[in-house]
Design a protein around this ligand. Structure first.
Ligand SMILES: Nc1ncnc2c1ncn2[C@@H]1O[C@H](COP(=O)(O)OP(=O)(O)OP(=O)(O)O)[C@@H](O)[C@H]1O
Ligand SMILES: [Mg+2]
Length: 403
């Protein structure tokens, strides 16, 4: 974005702290004037205040949102530790630049999702610490938009975020047939960018699954955002940094085996597990199907993933070789053999640009073109492939496909 000195502001120090009429120092001062005991929890108040005092851009802080400013509250969907409601936020986030008046304005009457945890009035300090550890990521522009916190009349704390059109599974159900391999790479690139941002900050997600990939379907590209960074698990229990609340089918075998990392290796351990989840997401996007949807998320599934290296059904023949190879690396049972999030981000970025580089197709681009052509051939459509491949990776990391 072009930089402009804030109108009437003396704080431009040449370090890019002012953009258009937004000035970091003035904005923080203005927010500080509004500090008060918004909620009944001093910890929640502190959390919101911390994000406001430490904002670096106009969007990267949490707001306290008055409950009576949320209207038309309706049930949206149930989750594992709470529920999502949709609502209209009358005031909206202040993120619209009015170039005539030279001011930032609120996008009023915006649709929001309310994330309501069970027993959130008894939110444990451990849960709040988890949120606090991730708060810079919650407000990171490349992840799902997160606006703030409200408290309902019964004292429940509710997280307020943007309402997206679909989660990954809902999106694939409606659109997979029509998606080209370009779209698939495009979508994965958005997810890899988000994951890279999370890992670059020395953090990890540890609950990546289709419900936490939210899609805003734009006109020219598919904007997939990672959500719930640091917002998972029960809110009213004591927990340690190594307690894990992920979804079994997306969870790396070493975690299902209950291996615990040494204190100094916690970050690397869980980052590698995120990459495994990314591999499952690659499998899911390629087939359009929820992994292991014909099975219960139970102990037996966990055992099969751990002991038999069981992976979801894929259609190898219909996949570009490079895609298959990358997915297999992500799904390696040896965490050190998995790529880093940064490598994924760079590689997928390269694929996106290769695919657009007509007519000088690279080897990789040719593979994707071929796979695309196959996808639209009626004789080799997904429905007609009767040979199912179940991927298994041996202990040595060697890959075999078993019919
Ligand atoms: N901001 C949002 N916009 C649209 N759908 C959402 C939003 N947040 C969550 N959802 C959807 O609502 C459902 C419940 O979400 P919730 O986060 O409570 O549980 P989950 O994602 O299934 O599991 P987890 O507790 O592991 O996050 C999911 O299908 C999720 O994709
Ligand atoms: Mg979720």
């Amino acid at each position: 974005m072009d930089k402009e000195v804030a109108t009437g502001c003396q704080h431009d120090d040449g370090e890019g702290k002012t953009y258009y009429s937004w000035c970091q120092q003035c904005a923080i001062k203005e927010l500080e004037r509004g500090f008060c005991e918004w909620t009944s929890s001093p910890h929640v108040n502190k959390l919101i205040q911390w994000t406001q005092k430490n904002m670096t851009h106009w969007y990267d802080h949490l707001s306290f949102i008055r409950y009576d400013r949320l209207k038309n509250i309706k049930f949206y969907s149930d989750g594992r530790y709470g529920s999502i409601y949709e609502a209209c936020w009358l005031d909206g986030p202040r993120w619209v630049w009015n170039s005539q008046k030279n001011i930032w304005e609120c996008e009023k009457n915006i649709k929001v999702a309310l994330k309501i945890f069970k027993n959130s009035s008894n939110m444990s300090v451990d849960f709040l610490n988890q949120v606090f550890n991730h708060v810079k990521l919650l407000t990171n522009g490349s992840l799902a938009d997160f606006f703030g916190i409200t408290e309902d009349p019964s004292g429940n704390y509710i997280f307020v975020m943007k309402l997206y059109t679909d989660n990954l599974s809902e999106y694939l159900e409606k659109n997979h047939e029509l998606m080209s391999w370009w779209d698939i790479v495009d979508m994965l690139y958005s997810i890899a960018e988000g994951l890279d941002q999370i890992h670059a900050g020395g953090r990890f997600h540890s609950n990546l699954h289709f419900g936490n990939i939210l899609i805003a379907d734009g006109a020219s590209s598919i904007d997939a955002r990672i959500s719930d960074v640091g917002l998972h698990g029960p809110v009213d229990e004591q927990r340690s940094p190594t307690d894990y609340y992920g979804k079994i089918s997306f969870t790396a075998p070493e975690i299902l085996r209950n291996e615990k990392p040494e204190e100094t290796k916690i970050c690397k351990f869980y980052q590698a597990a995120d990459i495994y989840s990314f591999g499952i997401i690659m499998a899911m996007i390629s087939t359009g199907k929820i992994p292991f949807s014909d099975r219960e998320e139970d102990e037996k599934l966990s055992e099969d993933i751990c002991n038999k290296n069981l992976h979801p059904e894929i259609f190898k023949e219909s996949m570009p070789q490079s895609y298959y190879d990358l997915m297999i690396r992500c799904l390696s049972s040896i965490p050190e053999q998995r790529p880093s999030a940064n490598e994924l981000n760079l590689l997928l970025g390269k694929w996106v640009s290769d695919l657009g580089d007509k007519p000088n197709f690279s080897e990789v681009a040719s593979q994707f073109h071929e796979a695309n052509d196959k996808k639209w051939e009626p004789t080799v459509s997904m429905d007609n492939i009767d040979e199912k491949y179940y991927l298994r990776i041996s202990e040595e990391g060697e890959t075999r496909c078993l019919a």
